[in-house]
Write a protein that binds this ligand. Structure first.
Ligand code: UN1
Length: 530
């Protein structure tokens, strides 16, 4: 068995080498993790570890405090240049970035699977999300319109003018190591800003690969590379960005705990902040739902990205009339699920991202057992025979469905986001009760109702309905498109990224009253004549 494991882990290593080489990353030497127009890195070394095998993919040279300082000032210089490039021209550069990223869709997708652990189709889907938001921002570059407002004074006009904002710091998470940066980069660039990216310390290679592609496009267009700068590193790098007065907007994705610190830090210097924090997302299934649609969708919502999307389905509320049938059918789908190498076609369940994630899962399961929850699926350990040959050392955990003893939403179990593939269920008797449970948690990211009754839909999306930022009908909690603004309410942080009106946060707005007349009257008819 050991020889088999070593043999196949060598074969994965060959694949790892191929994926890295296709993206111009040399895994056999220490990789530069800082880009400010030039590649460098003389800070701490961090290892990128493959969650499938726990082999070290590469060692990355992160930013030293001095390099961080330089990167921040280069971002500022880059912004000063870029803000004067006309917006449609910025759109043209984004179009080229879109093409360059799309040309490496398969390779970048494979790198996401390799370094983050999500399965192939989701890895490629994440790159597609990057491409989509670039398309969106190309259009936006000709549509970031201000307004002309009617003035109460004769011969006056009021303009609301969007101008570039400055430097945007992007602090992103491991679970979407490329797409969430893409959302911020695309809007920032269209708006005329420079971005400085601090990715998750555990997915540096994804960031390096993307930045390499973007940096080349910028350089070919005579644009300073620091328009899309990168600093890999740990907490100190994130802190330096949050504290810097040279960063007008900090866009942070991650835990509530860190989000609270980032939010306070940025707010204390009156910077702007976009927070995308925890989700604790519920799906509600009514008795009239089409179960043939709802079951696979709940399955994807709970298991996609091994339960590590912010939008993953964590709570399942079933109407009493269909609860038994639903759980029976869902349990069958769960029991047919086999863990696999995320890079293999057909794998639906890859590893969780890290040993920390395994620990989160274990604690979640232990809590369920300690509180006498009924286990409907999972909660056991995989044996060696269940695991793919290459993944004997990997972070594989069994997706779990549980029915906690109490459905009281104020219990810690329902109140807390557990970032692992664990789905907790409860049975309800009417929609009002289910909506109450849906809303009775601190988080407010995503939510999903399964019904064919129009009246339920009206209630759900109306004032007494779901209080989440994403309120879906016959669509699961995860897998949002880029067109609408993405984000959540309450302790999710109220931030909005990606589509919709999100771009309006990436500009500074000026109200400009212009007097074309020969008199200078005051507003509100104030008489101050001398
Ligand atoms: C996240 O997990 O924070 O809706 C991002 C989705 C993806 C993005 C999720 N488009 O699942």
């Amino acid at each position: 068995a050991i020889r088999a494991a070593l043999g196949s882990s060598r074969s994965l290593s060959t694949r790892a080498t191929n994926i890295l080489t296709a993206l111009d990353i040399r895994g056999d030497a220490d990789v530069c993790g800082v880009y400010d127009g030039e590649w460098k890195g003389s800070g701490d070394l961090v290892s990128s570890v493959c969650p499938t095998t726990n082999e070290v993919l590469a060692r990355v040279k992160t930013a030293s405090p001095e390099e961080l300082h330089v990167a921040l000032s280069k971002s500022r210089e880059a912004y000063n240049f870029f803000r004067s490039v006309p917006a449609p021209r910025r759109g043209e550069i984004l179009r080229q970035i879109r093409e360059a990223v799309a040309a490496k869709r398969t390779e970048l997708g494979a790198l996401i699977s390799l370094e983050m652990g999500k399965i192939k189709t989701e890895g490629i889907g994440e790159v597609q999300e990057f491409v989509d938001i670039c398309d969106y921002a190309v259009g936006l570059s000709r549509m970031m319109n201000g307004r002309l407002v009617a003035s109460e004074r004769p011969g006056h006009s009021i303009l609301e003018v969007p101008n570039p904002l400055g430097v945007v710091g992007v602090l992103s998470a491991f679970n979407f190591p490329m797409a969430v940066y893409g959302w911020n980069l695309a809007l920032s660039l269209a708006a005329g800003n420079a971005t400085l990216w601090k990715p998750s310390p555990t997915t540096p290679l994804c960031a390096i690969a993307v930045t390499t592609i973007i940096g080349r496009v910028l350089e070919q267009n005579g644009i300073p590379g620091a328009v899309a700068g990168l600093v890999t590193g740990g907490q100190h790098a994130g802190q330096a960005i949050a504290e810097s007065r040279d960063v007008e907007l900090v866009s942070f994705t991650g835990s509530e705990h860190v989000g609270r610190i980032v939010g306070k830090t940025v707010q204390s210097r009156f910077g702007k902040v976009i927070l995308e924090l925890g989700g604790n997302n519920a799906a509600i299934v009514m008795p009239d739902a089409d179960l043939a649609m709802a079951i696979p969708s709940v399955f994807f919502g709970a298991i996609g990205t091994a339960g590590q999307r912010c939008t993953s389905t964590r709570r399942l509320y079933l109407h009493r009339e269909i609860a038994d049938e639903f759980l029976d059918r869902l349990q069958k789908v769960y029991s047919a699920l086999k863990p696999g190498d995320p890079l293999d076609d057909g794998t639906l369940l890859g590893p969780v991202h890290s040993l920390t994630a395994v620990d989160t899962y274990r604690k979640g399961i232990q809590y369920l057992k300690d509180t006498d929850a009924k286990i409907i699926a999972g909660a056991a350990r995989y044996t060696a025979a269940d695991l793919p040959a290459a993944g004997q050392q990997g972070n594989f955990v069994q997706p779990t469905i549980a029915m906690p003893k109490s459905s009281d939403p104020s219990d810690a179990l329902w109140q807390t986001e557990c970032f692992a593939p664990i789905l907790n269920c409860a049975v309800f008797d009417n929609l009002e009760e289910a909506i109450h449970w849906n809303n009775a948690v601190p988080q407010g990211l995503s939510s999903s109702l399964w019904t064919r009754d129009l009246r339920n839909v009206g209630t759900w999306i109306g004032p007494a309905g779901s209080d989440a930022g994403i309120v879906n009908v016959n669509v699961g909690t995860s897998g949002a498109e880029i067109g609408a603004a993405f984000g959540g309410n309450k302790s999710t942080g109220w931030g909005r990224e990606s589509g919709g009106d999100a771009w309006k946060q990436y500009v500074r707005w000026s109200a400009c009253t212009v007097n074309f007349s020969d008199a200078a009257p005051l507003a509100q008819g104030v008489d101050f004549s001398v």
